[in-house]
Design a protein around this ligand. Sequence first.
Ligand code: AHG
Ligand code: MN
Ligand code: MN
Length: 377
Amino acid sequence: MPHYGKFTPTWQSSATLVFGTPGAIRSALVCPATMKNPTSIGPAQVSPIGTTLERHLLDRQRRMPEATGDFTGLFQQISLAAKIIGSRVSKAGLSGILGRTGTTNVQGEQVQKLDDFANSTIVSTVEAGGHVCVMGSEEVEQPIQIPPQYPQGKYVLQFDPLDGSGNIDINASIGTIFSIHRRLSPDGEPGTLKDLLQPGIDIVAAGYVVYGSSNMLVYSTGDQVDGFTYDPGVGEFFLSHPNIKVPQRGGIYSINEGNYHSWDKRIQSWVDWIKTPTENKKPYRLRYIGAMVADLHRTLLRGGVFVYPRDSKNVNGKLRLLYEASPMAFLVEAAGGAASDGKNRILTIQPKELHQRTPVFMGSPDDVADVLRFANA
Ligand code: AHG
Ligand code: MN
Ligand code: MN
């Protein structure tokens, strides 16, 4: 739960924060002044157990008369995949021990690389649900088709099953990133590459899961960004960070500074500037986890700027547009931040290839404006 000074926030519904002392909150919740018609939308009173992700989705679904439940169904499958991946991630250190006798673990299963495991977990959880017609994954070169025995749904899912996988062996944070678009191809037919090559501006919902000191799922449908923390004892994600807003300016820059000598000199000047104290400015702190999800999760909560520019090795940047940059840009903008490729909003880039790369400048609006001023000098 975020800290709100001496006030205790609690949730009346997914859209209303109630502030006050515990006694005042109880009275407000027994008879909420804003509730004209208690049976019209979702829960009449705050739940003593908190708001689960499922309940949050159902509340939103009930607010949209045209909703069919498809979106909620797809999200439930994504959240199941996140729980399964999170459980495997927490045993990552054991995989060498469990797999020591050969290629199988004690259950007689193949010990898989965690990226492959995460990929096949998402594919097999989602494909049978009937909500998507095609998927795109960092781990799979071509579009992933839905097997003919399952219905072809109306959504398109793209994902980075495990982001920052270099961190697995050192027990540092990693993540999963996803985005959902509506299909462009005719209903009922298999989805196509064209369904996947859609700009971020047309995303219906995007999110990420961070597997860290706790596991969190953060998602947005474009209006606001909400974060849910996983309670492993219960096996559910609970709303813990409602309506995340990125600060207008932060005090942290996040970039792989080891690439300094491969950058354009304008990026070098920005880094020189941001860490140099002046009369009006303290030097920014450097934080770089090396997993985009974790670096941007911190940026959303604390502010600052995350940058992966083009360099002499990665001439188009390193991060992938469709399943890394676009979904994260969607979340950052929904939280009030900015996300650019150095010239344009990332969300407006029309993708041409499934695994296309892009430079990334994202975070607090004032900090992004600063780096873009240098980058375009
Ligand atoms: P992935 O593990 O999905 O391939 O992504 C790694 C990405 C991203 O998470 C991170 O921000 C970046 O690579 C780190 O790259 P460097 O090691 O070049 O800094
Ligand atoms: Mn990644
Ligand atoms: Mn990955």
